[in-house]
Design a protein around this ligand. Structure first.
Ligand code: 1PR
Length: 545
């Protein structure tokens, strides 16, 4: 093929670069993979999407002789675009499990964000850039948010100021992009930043074809509150994968046939929500009684197809745990998660298995490192691991009546109770019980205790549902969400109960939730995502438009 349409990609095999590949192909370019250091030196344009941990990446680059080739390539001012870790590796060193030496091309040390309740770490979501100098590839970004997901960052200084092309403010100002001549690198993810991100990539890939527009100054000021569309996916009785939606987790129609409620096709709906402005799309595989998620090829296909056209983060959950199949072959949860990541997921979500891990941890006080949560976050980073909490409200007369943390409820219980605790539940892996009880078993642990424990075990984010509110359309459980979002310093996604645009502004003004997730309201086309965003904007809440 014609050399102009070929991009060389440095993928050292540490994680999911599928979305970068998809974005490059979507823009009409072919990919040549780097196999040897010579491939780097011979590239016309090189994209380096860093994934995984800093030290592991440097080890691979050094072992394969690629670190030296990269330095030579960059020092001779050849077209280069580093993404995320691909930016950080250009610096002198990183404190991530270190200090560890980097490529040393840019003065500075990569350090962890200081976390606090206001500035949660990982820094996940859509944030604004302050353009510092003409960077060519950022020309369209000024007014818009771009997607970040990281816990480490480099700080601008006198020594590196001739590199810094934009900064982002999150607690302090950190380097969002660098540029010198033909060498570019960005801390954010253009391949996950919707149309704005695609235009950054296009400008890098076709510098001549785009005009010399000045950066537009705009509305994006700070980290935006995210609006997430959730697709509960399961096989119906005919064996087709459909988007369904429960009513307090009961997904069957109350008809004679008792069929699984069918609200559409997963890939199609995900594409629609992307176009409508969803900041993320979450798939939950809720086929509770299936034996094995990797047997669930359709779900992997859904991810593959969706990620070809949807350029915002994708999360997938359901069934992530260790498993032994009928032939006695053992699959670790890490293998299951890896398959999801390879198929296009950016994050995986763990429900039941995280409850068991937290129970063990609270009982023994020991982090074994063996739980799926710990293993997956060690390999893929905690920003890639969401824990889904599925609690039920249990009213009590007095906080001392239970050993779990209670909250004072806004609306008292049926017998005038003024307190409640939120009991965690797990899926029951038995066909019969999933039919008769909605498939949830209550466990001796509260949402508060679970949230604190999984934060320590390496969760990067919490997806906080509430069975009582699910599908009711009466608003989020503010008491629950406030209690959990005050208790942890990782981002909390509020879920269950959205029925109007006002419910979103309520959850963002009354709690510290970083994102709000909804399903029914979008599936039933009651309120489009755009209207939710416009309402939030009107209420003075930062959103990505
Ligand atoms: O336990 O690791 O296999 O994960 C199972 C996952 O599937 C969990 O994330 C759990 O939340 C989800 N799940 C299990 N059963 C159901 C069910 O409905 N029967 N879905 C289910 C729960 C997800 C909610 C829903 C919100 C918003 N649904 O997040 O999307 O409540 O709904 P709304 O806006 O319509 O109120 P594991």
């Amino acid at each position: 093929s014609n050399g102009d349409s070929v991009v060389t990609l440095l993928d050292y095999g540490a994680g999911n670069v599928r979305s970068v590949r998809n974005a490059i192909r979507y823009l009409g370019f072919d990919i040549k993979d780097v196999q040897t250091p010579e491939d780097i030196l011979n590239a016309n344009r090189l994209i380096f999407p860093g994934v995984g941990a800093f030290a592991a990446a440097m080890d691979v680059l050094n072992e394969k002789g690629m670190a030296e080739a990269l330095c030579t390539y960059i020092e001779s001012d050849r077209p280069f675009l580093g993404i995320c870790l691909g930016l950080q590796l250009l610096f002198e060193s990183s404190e991530e499990n270190g200090p560890v030496n980097g490529l040393g091309l840019i003065p500075g040390v990569v350090q962890r964000f200081d976390s606090s309740n206001d500035f949660r770490v990982p820094h996940i979501g859509w944030n604004a850039l302050q353009i510092r100098k003409d960077s060519e590839i950022l020309d369209d970004v000024g007014a818009h948010h771009v997607y970040f997901v990281h816990s480490y960052r480099a700080i601008p200084s006198d020594e590196n100021k001739d590199w810094v092309s934009s900064t982002c403010n999150y607690g302090d100002n950190f380097i969002a992009s660098v540029r010198k001549g033909n060498v570019h690198a960005v801390q954010f993810h253009p391949e996950k930043s919707g149309d704005v991100g695609l235009s950054v990539l296009r400008r890098f890939l076709q510098p001549k074809s785009t005009g010399t527009k000045k950066p537009t100054e705009g509305k994006a000021l700070k980290l935006a509150k995210r609006v997430i569309a959730c697709l509960d996916v399961r096989t119906n009785d005919k064996g087709d994968l459909v988007v369904t939606k429960g009513d307090q987790y009961d997904v069957r129609e109350h008809t004679k046939e008792n069929e699984v409620r069918n609200l559409g096709k997963p890939v199609e709906l995900a594409g629609r929500y992307y176009k409508d402005g969803a900041d993320e799309v979450t798939f939950l595989n809720i086929t509770g009684f299936r034996d094995f998620p990797l047997g669930d090829m359709p779900m992997l296909q859904v991810l593959r197809y969706t990620s070809e056209n949807v350029f915002v983060p994708l999360t997938v959950g359901g069934g992530i745990r260790d498993f032994t199949d009928a032939n006695g072959r053992h699959y670790s949860s890490l293998e299951v998660a890896s398959e999801y990541f390879r198929s296009g997921a950016d994050k995986i979500s763990i429900g039941s298995d995280a409850v068991y891990a937290a129970e063990d941890y609270l009982r023994t006080g020991v982090k074994t490192g063996k739980s799926s949560l710990e293993q997956i976050s060690k390999v893929y980073g905690n920003q890639a691991v969401v824990v889904s909490i599925d609690p039920r409200r249990v009213y009590v007369k007095h906080p001392n009546d239970v050993e779990f943390k209670t909250v004072r409820v806004t609306n008292s219980g049926p017998n005038g109770e003024e307190f409640a605790w939120y009991q965690c539940t797990v899926s029951i892996l038995c066909f019969f019980f999933t039919q008769v009880s909605g498939g949830r078993e209550g466990r001796p642990i509260g949402a508060y205790e679970l949230a604190k424990a999984v934060e320590e075990l390496g969760a990067g984010e919490i997806l906080l549902n509430c069975i009582d509110c699910d599908g009711q359309g009466n608003g989020f459980d503010i008491d629950l969400i406030k209690s959990i979002s005050d208790a942890v310093s990782i981002p909390v996604i509020a879920s269950s109960g959205a029925g109007a645009a006002e419910h979103f502004s309520e959850v963002f003004t009354k709690t510290k939730a970083s994102a709000a997730l909804a399903a029914g309201i979008f599936h039933r086309k009651e309120v489009p995502i755009q209207s939710v965003k416009e309402h939030l904007l009107k209420e003075g809440i930062e959103v990505r438009i």
